[in-house]
Write a protein that binds this ligand. Structure first.
Ligand SMILES: [Zn+2]
Length: 284
């Protein structure tokens, strides 16, 4: 572990003082995250040493979020801005290049219709890798606490690995593998656990699907004997209900963990999603 630390720590020391953002008055490293799952990682990895701001209010839709002047100021002065590049143009625009850490750093990405699928956090193993990348960045910014950040990242990785194991076991023997969903947020999850995502509305939740798209989704549901059409809590269930009504399927909520309500967290929502998927897909 020590060997790994040498280079980034050295880089951090060499960068002093001009390139290291000033810490907050309380001495904590200021991290700004574009949306909940990234803020979750930042809180776990930064621990007591970091002050984390989530730019998307609890229960709000993070795609194309608008920033208030005070949020723009927070982004400009943060030591680290953790964002999914391309998902929230206002954040990309305000974030200083030096402080920006793209959630995809070092990770493979899936594409759909030529566009990068932003929902990388729905693969717990990719999210664990992001935790390690963030720990290295924090060790650069705040070398005095480098081992603490790496230790926190390791603990997060263990938790996410447990969730990954639960998913693999829980979805290993299912009667059905089709995940028909209005907002196509579950591509990374589907790829990892051998499911097939059929998105009705596409990658962005506010894209209105055309009547022909809805009709082809309904045809798919009938042809593949799909019993459940998924929608999510932050977006209108209209599209999913239309397809379900036309085909006799039921609907259920699958949460893309883009934002959570108070008291909820990533692990709880992911476990709820697993239970929903197991019931809908007839998993043993
Ligand atoms: Zn989304």
């Amino acid at each position: 572990m020590r060997g790994l630390l040498t280079l980034p720590v050295l880089a951090g020391l060499l960068a002093l003082p001009g390139c290291v953002a000033t810490p907050a008055a309380d001495g904590k490293v200021r991290i700004v995250a574009g949306l909940y799952p990234l803020a979750y990682v930042a809180r776990q990895v930064g621990g007591a040493r970091a002050h984390v701001t989530d730019l998307t209010p609890a229960g709000a839709e993070p795609h194309d979020v608008e920033l208030s002047p005070s949020q723009v100021a927070a982004v400009r002065s943060a030591a680290v801005v953790l964002a999914v590049r391309g998902l929230q143009p206002a954040v990309d625009q305000a974030a200083p290049a030096k402080a920006t850490l793209d959630a995809f750093a070092g990770l493979s990405e899936r594409r759909e219709g030529g566009v990068r699928d932003p929902h990388v956090w729905l693969d717990p193993t990719r999210l664990a890798a992001l935790g390690t990348t963030l720990a290295r960045r924090l060790a650069d910014v705040d070398p005095a606490h480098d081992t603490e950040y790496l230790r926190n990242a390791l603990a997060l990785s263990e938790e996410l690995t447990t969730i990954d194991r639960e998913y693999r076991a829980g979805l290993a023997h299912c009667a059905r593998t089709d995940v028909v969903t209005s907002h196509a947020a579950f591509g990374y999850l589907a790829d990892r656990y051998g499911l097939r995502q059929v998105g009705i509305a596409g990658l962005s939740p506010d894209a209105e699907p055309s009547p022909s798209r809805i009709a082809s989704a309904a045809r798919y549901v009938r042809a593949h004997h799909v019993t459940t059409v998924f929608f999510e809590s932050l977006v209108s269930p209209k599209v999913a209900r239309t397809v379900a009504r036309e085909t006799g399927a039921t609907t259920a909520v699958l949460d893309p963990v883009e934002s959570v309500r108070d008291g909820d967290d990533y692990r709880a929502v992911m476990r709820r999603n697993l239970a929903t998927l197991r019931a809908a897909l007839g998993c043993a």
